[in-house]
Design a protein around this ligand. Structure first.
Ligand SMILES: CC(C)(COP(=O)(O)OP(=O)(O)OC[C@H]1O[C@@H](n2cnc3c(N)ncnc32)[C@H](O)[C@@H]1OP(=O)(O)O)[C@@H](O)C(=O)NCCC(=O)NCCS
Length: 133
């Protein structure tokens, strides 16, 4: 499905939300992780005029709860509703397969306020831990 961006601010452009193709480089979106092999069904990218300008990962292990991670929109494309459209698309896909909760984390107060507009619950301190293997 493609969403018209004009309604969200960017005139005469169209945005495609899709999974990456197997040969597509992702390190432009995620410099630290792009080199890894991904389960592409759980990676979403946003294409505008042939360019990847945003993306997110989901961690769906078959539970009713799914984790959303690495939501990103490139500078120059922010504040045009791209992250919002991406999250709504991901939500649509998850609802269609019976998932019940989408979990994520942020340290930004404004992101929390924005998320609450969509009925997201927030709370609890969280520290990211990662263990390179
Ligand atoms: C966070 C991020 C994914 C948002 O992407 P986006 O496409 O710009 O988001 P949207 O245009 O859908 O914005 C949705 C709402 O979020 C809020 N918002 C987005 N960016 C904001 C900013 N820099 N400051 C304050 N509020 C912001 C606004 O309420 C906005 O709605 P509005 O433009 O109608 O006021 C993008 O800014 C990004 O990749 N930033 C770098 C990483 C980062 O800061 N992450 C922190 C959040 S986890």
């Amino acid at each position: 499905m493609s969403y018209a961006l004009s309604a969200m601010g960017r005139e005469a452009a169209s945005m495609l939300i899709r999974h990456p193709r197997p040969d597509e480089a992702l390190d432009g979106l995620w410099p630290a992780y792009g080199k890894f092999a991904w389960n592409l069904d759980q990676v979403y990218v946003v294409e505008v005029d042939g360019q990847l300008v945003g993306g997110a990962l989901i961690w769906d292990a078959g539970h009713e709860m799914v984790h959303l991670d690495e939501l990103t929109v490139a500078e120059g494309f922010q504040r045009e509703g791209i992250a919002t459209a991406l999250c709504l698309r991901i939500r649509e896909d998850l609802v269609a397969r019976g998932r019940k909760v989408l979990l994520g984390w942020t340290r930004r107060e404004w992101f929390e306020q924005f998320a609450k507009r969509y009925g997201v619950h927030t709370g609890g301190p969280l520290t990211l831990l990662w263990w390179p293997l």
